[in-house]
Design a protein around this ligand. Sequence first.
Ligand code: NAP
Length: 272
Amino acid sequence: MSGKTMVCGIILHPAGHTRSPAMHNAAFEASGIDASYQAFDVPPHRLGDAIRGMRGLGLRQLAVSIPHKRAVMAHLDRVDERAAAIGAVNTITLRDDALEGANTDWIGALRALEREIEPKGRRAAVLGAGGAARAVVYGLLQAGARVWVLNRTEARAEQLASELGAENSGPLEGLADLAADIIVNTTSVGLGSTISPVAAEAIPEGAVVMDAVYEPEKTQLLRDAARRGARPLAGKWMLVHQAAEQFRLWTHTEPPVNAMAEAFDIAGETRR
Ligand code: NAP
């Protein structure tokens, strides 16, 4: 680092192990950009101080993760239309002394799916109705997919579907009757376990199945998908592409997606 190195980073709590610095620093290096990306552990009661500090220190770029994505909106000068619709900000840019909030989770999910399928006109089932679901549903609707929201608590699925304009909603068991072309798990089921949110028999052959859960890389849902002749897509791609879109927004440069994906893998290995 030199006096000219641009400092940026991610705020989250607890900081634990995040692979974002590895991905972004790899992207800066691959693109020859003199910047350094750090993780900042910011507890909720310090969120306002942290955001004000951004302006004070001249930090031009900050990523936002759990638990701050919604609360941070109150501390910004502007929130773009997409982030406002999703109800969460994961990217802050300091531009002309104004703090602007944006969201790249939706486009990250979309770019990840587009590795396997063109969502337009497809029937998509989103499992879950929390924060990740909102971004995924928004992205699929932007791409012209027909979206069903399925959740353990049906009332939450119904509310999300009507707020964002999805076609329908129902319980997780509804997947069996849907003949979905695309399935995205955004529930936390499968995280660090061998449980799937849905029965293997409910996965149609040929469907693209993406799991937002990326730890373990091959979740039970993705294993079931492969066994059923569907096309599994690891949650890593959603994370890599949302980071890549942040990089694009901040640097106006084409993101080196492969370098970022490689850094994501290496950071995972180091953890083990
Ligand atoms: P959240 O807002 O807390 O939502 C959790 C969702 O999981 C809710 O729909 C909840 O259903 C459901 N759920 C929890 N336990 C369940 C169970 N035992 N059976 C069935 N459904 C259950 O969480 P989030 O922020 O959306 O995150 C969800 C997951 O996505 C996390 O694992 C997170 O790490 C991952 N994620 C990944 C990415 C990525 O880029 N790959 C990005 C964001 C999040 P109820 O409504 O019934 O409680």
